[in-house]
Design a protein around this ligand. Structure first.
Ligand SMILES: [Zn+2]
Length: 674
C-alpha cells in the first residue's frame, strides 16, 4: 500500500526533490523503478576533492537525435542480444547457470542498465532487473558475488577466482542503485568489498584485473562517499601494489610505433590503455600525489603522438598500432576510452576532456556500427575502403574478419561490451559543480533535472541539433527563482563563440575553457549558444589532411555494396565493398579550406548516422591517384605528399565520419599548381 502511495505521489511530482521527499517520508516505500536518486555525493575526506560530480543515472535524459540514437540501439543488438547469443542466454553463470561465467554478463549489463533507465523502456528494465536481482539475491555468506566457480564455464582456470568480472558488476550495481534507489545494493557492496579486503593478500589481482584495477577503485570511491567506511580506503591501498604501474609505463614509454608480435603483452593492449586513461586520476583521489594527476597528461601526450587517430581514439588492432590510418582500433577501446574521459571530466574538470569525448562519441563510436546497430566491427579504420574477410590484413594480432560488420567478428568481447557507449555519454552530458551549480560538459539534445543551491530543483532543456549545427538553446526552469552558477564548456575549436543569456551577450567567452554564468534564474530564462563551425583542417600522418567542422571529422563518401558473409538476419555478418573510387588527393589550401569546400546542411532524418542520412554534406575538390591501390583489403601505403597529379579535377562529397561505413579520412594533398 505504501508503495502505491509513493507511485501516486511521484506521478504528480514536479521535480526530483519532491519525489525524494515522498519516498523518504513514506516508510516502506523502498523500491523505485525509474526515479533519479537526486543526491550528488562528493568526495569525502581524506579523498582529494573531485572537480565535478556525475549526476545520478536518470538525471540527464537524452532528447532529439540522441534519444533517437538510443532507441535505434535498443531496437538493435543491445535490446535483443540475450535472446539468441548463448553467452548471455538463460544459462549464463550470472543467472545461476553453467554457461559463460566471466566478463560477458557484466559487460552487457554495464550498457543495458543505463540504456534501459534512460529510455525508461519497461521491456529493457525487466531484462536488466533479472540479472541485477540474481546477483543481489545470491551473495554468498563469505561476501563473494557472481557465478559459482565450481559450476560456471571459464575459458581459463584462473578466471574462476578472478576479481575482474566483479569489478564490472560493481559498476553495473552503482548505476542501478542510482536509477532505482534499491536498498540491497549498498549492503551487498559493503560485504563484498570487505570480503575482497580479507582475501586481497592471499588472492592478488592477476592478468586483466591488475591492468584494470581502477574500475574497482571507482566503486570503492562511490561507496566510500556514501558510507564513510575507512576500510574501503584500506582495500584501495592494498590493491595498489598488486596493480600494473601505468604511471611508470608512460614515464618511460617504449612503444613509439606499431608493436611487433614479440612485443605484444597486456600493457600494449589497446583496451587496457583506453581504460588506463583515467587510472592515474582515479588513484589521485586517494593518493593526493600531484605526479598521479600529471601522469594523465603524460599518457595522452605519448599516445597521441605515437598512436593517435583522427577519430579521437588511439590505434590498437588490438595492440599499439601506430599512426597509419589503415591500422584499426578495437570497439571496446572506443567505449572504454569514452568512459575514461567521462570520469576524467568529473575528477579533474579539464574542458579538453570534453572536446576529446565528443570527438570519439560523434565520430569513432557511430562509425563502427551498422547504422541500424544490428552489427558492429571489432576494428575500425580511419581510412577504411573495404570491410572484408582477408587473411593478409595488416593487424598486429587480430583475425581476418576483424573489420567486417557482424555479430561477433574476431572475438566476442566487443559484442558484450559495446552497449555502454551511447547511454553513458548521454548520462554524463551534465555534471554537478562544487559551487552548487550545473555544468554542460558535452553537448547534445537533453533534459537535465537536478538540485542546485539551497536544494532547489531545476530542469534545463537543451534544444539542439549539435554537433550537426552551430546553435544550442537552453531553457532553465527552476522550481522557484534561485541564484546558481551555470557552467558551459567552450570547445577548444570554438573561436568567436557567443553566449546570450536572456537577451544579453556574455563577455569573456574563451575557447578551451569553462565559462560560468552566475545569475538569479527564473523559470523560462534562456541561454542561446553559438559555436561557429567553419571548416578547418588538421595535418596528420605523413602530411595528410583531415577535414573537420566543429567536433565532426569528415570523410569521403564511398558507394557501398553490402554482401552477407554468414549468419542470420537481422544479426548477420556483412562485408562492405566499395562501388565508387576512394583513391583521391584533395585540392585544398590547409590554411584556407573554406576556399575549396562548400557546406550544405540537410534536415536530420530518422538515421543521421548513416551515409544517406548525413545531416551535413561537404563538397570538395579532388584528383584521383590511379596508382594508389588496395593491398590486402586496405588502402595501400600513403602516396607521396603533396601529390603531383595530372588527373582531372573532380567534385567529391564528404560526410561526417560517424555517418560512414566506408571512408577515406586522411587525404594526401594535390601539390599546388598541379
Ligand atoms: Zn572488444
Amino acid at each position: 500500500m505504501t508503495q502505491f502511495k509513493c507511485w501516486t505521489f511521484r506521478a504528480r511530482r514536479n521535480g526530483i526533490v519532491v519525489s525524494l521527499l515522498a519516498c523518504t517520508i513514506l516508510a516502506g516505500c523502498q523500491r523505485r523503478e525509474t526515479a533519479p536518486a537526486a543526491i550528488v555525493h562528493w568526495n569525502r575526506n581524506p579523498l582529494t576533492p573531485n572537480a565535478m560530480a556525475p549526476l545520478p543515472l536518470g538525471s540527464v535524459k537524452p532528447q532529439g537525435w540522441l534519444r533517437q540514437q538510443l532507441q535505434i540501439q535498443a531496437n538493435g543488438l543491445s535490446g535483443h542480444l540475450d535472446e539468441f547469443w548463448p553467452d548471455l542466454g538463460p544459462n549464463s553463470g550470472w543467472l545461476g547457470g553453467s554457461g559463460e561465467s566471466w566478463e560477458r554478463g557484466p559487460y552487457f549489463l554495464d550498457g543495458l542498465v543505463p540504456l534501459a533507465y534512460l529510455l525508461e523502456d519497461q521491456r529493457l528494465i525487466a531484462k536488466a532487473k533479472k540479472w541485477d536481482d540474481w546477483t543481489l539475491e545470491n551473495q554468498r555468506e563469505t561476501g563473494a558475488i557472481g557465478p559459482d566457480p565450481r559450476k560456471g564455464k571459464y575459458a581459463r582456470e584462473w578466471q574462476a577466482t578472478d576479481w575482474w568480472p566483479n569489478m564490472v558488476m560493481l559498476k553495473v550495481l552503482t548505476q542501478y542503485q542510482e536509477a532505482t534507489g534499491d536498498p540491497r545494493v549498498i549492503p551487498l557492496m559493503q560485504k563484498y568489498l570487505r570480503y575482497h579486503l580479507e582475501h586481497a593478500t592471499e588472492r592478488p589481482l592477476v592478468q586483466w584485473a591488475s591492468y584494470r584495477w581502477a574500475e574497482e577503485i571507482l566503486s570503492i570511491v562511490w561507496l566510500y562517499n556514501r558510507t564513510g567506511d575507512k576500510e574501503l580506503l584500506e582495500l584501495a591501498r592494498a590493491l595498489r601494489p598488486q596493480a600494473f604501474d601505468w604511471k611508470s609505463h608512460f614515464a618511460d614509454f617504449r612503444y613509439p610505433a606499431k608493436v611487433t608480435k614479440e612485443q605484444i603483452s597486456l600493457k600494449t593492449h589497446v583496451v587496457n590503455n583506453a581504460m588506463a586513461l583515467k587510472t592515474s586520476a582515479v588513484w589521485w583521489q586517494i593518493s593526493g600525489d600531484e605526479t598521479d594527476r600529471n601522469a594523465v597528461y603524460t599518457l595522452l601526450d605519448h599516445m597521441d603522438r605515437n598512436h593517435g587517430q583522427a577519430n579521437g581514439v588511439h590505434s590498437g588492432d588490438e595492440h599499439y598500432a601506430g599512426l597509419d590510418p589503415t591500422q584499426g582500433t578495437e570497439l571496446c577501446a572506443v567505449v572504454e576510452g569514452m568512459f575514461s574521459l567521462e570520469q576524467l571530466l568529473a575528477i579533474l574538470g579539464d574542458p579538453a576532456f570534453g572536446d576529446r569525448l565528443e570527438r570519439i562519441a560523434f565520430n569513432a563510436l557511430p562509425a563502427t556500427f551498422k547504422p541500424d546497430m544490428w552489427a558492429h566491427q571489432y576494428d575500425q579504420q580511419v581510412n577504411q575502403v573495404m570491410c572484408s574477410i582477408d587473411k593478409k590484413r595488416n593487424w598486429t594480432n587480430n583475425g581476418p574478419d576483424s573489420n567486417i560488420f557482424g555479430l561477433e567478428p574476431n572475438f566476442g568481447c566487443c559484442t558484450s561490451n559495446m552497449h555502454q557507449g551511447w547511454p553513458k555519454f548521454a548520462a554524463h552530458l551534465w555534471m554537478a559543480t562544487r559551487d552548487e551549480g550545473l555544468a554542460a560538459v558535452a553537448y547534445a539534445p537533453s533534459r537535465v533535472e537536478a538540485r542546485v543551491r539551497a536544494g532547489v530543483a531545476v530542469v534545463i532543456e537543451e534544444d539542439t541539433e549539435y554537433p550537426f549545427r552551430e546553435t544550442i538553446r537552453m531553457t532553465v526552469r527552476p522550481a522557484k527563482p534561485v541564484a546558481f552558477p551555470l557552467t558551459l564548456r567552450i570547445p577548444g575549436w570554438a573561436r568567436d563563440a557567443a553566449i546570450v543569456v536572456v537577451g544579453k551577450r556574455e563577455e569573456g567567452v574563451k575557447p578551451g575553457t569553462f565559462h560560468t554564468i552566475e545569475r538569479r534564474w527564473q523559470a523560462g530564462d534562456t541561454v542561446e549558444i553559438l559555436f561557429p563551425m567553419p571548416v578547418r583542417t588538421e595535418t596528420r600522418y605523413r602530411g595528410t589532411v583531415a577535414v573537420l567542422r566543429g567536433p565532426l571529422v569528415f570523410s569521403l563518401k564511398i558507394g557501398e555494396d553490402w554482401k552477407k558473409a554468414r549468419g542470420q538476419e537481422p544479426h548477420a555478418d556483412w562485408e562492405v565493398h566499395p562501388t565508387t573510387p576512394w583513391n583521391y588527393a584533395l585540392v585544398i589550401d590547409p590554411q584556407n579550406p573554406a576556399a575549396s569546400i562548400s557546406v550544405e546542411e540537410r534536415p536530420l532524418g530518422a538515421v543521421p548516422l548513416s551515409p544517406d542520412g548525413a545531416p551535413v554534406v561537404l563538397s570538395a575538390r579532388a584528383r584521383r591517384i590511379p596508382e594508389w591501390k588496395l593491398i590486402a583489403g586496405s588502402a595501400g601505403p600513403m602516396p607521396e605528399n603533396p601529390f603531383r597529379s595530372t588527373e582531372t579535377e573532380e567534385t567529391v562529397t564528404l560526410i561526417p565520419y560517424g555517418s560512414t561505413n566506408l571512408r577515406l579520412t586522411l587525404f594526401p594533398r594535390v601539390a599546388s599548381g598541379k
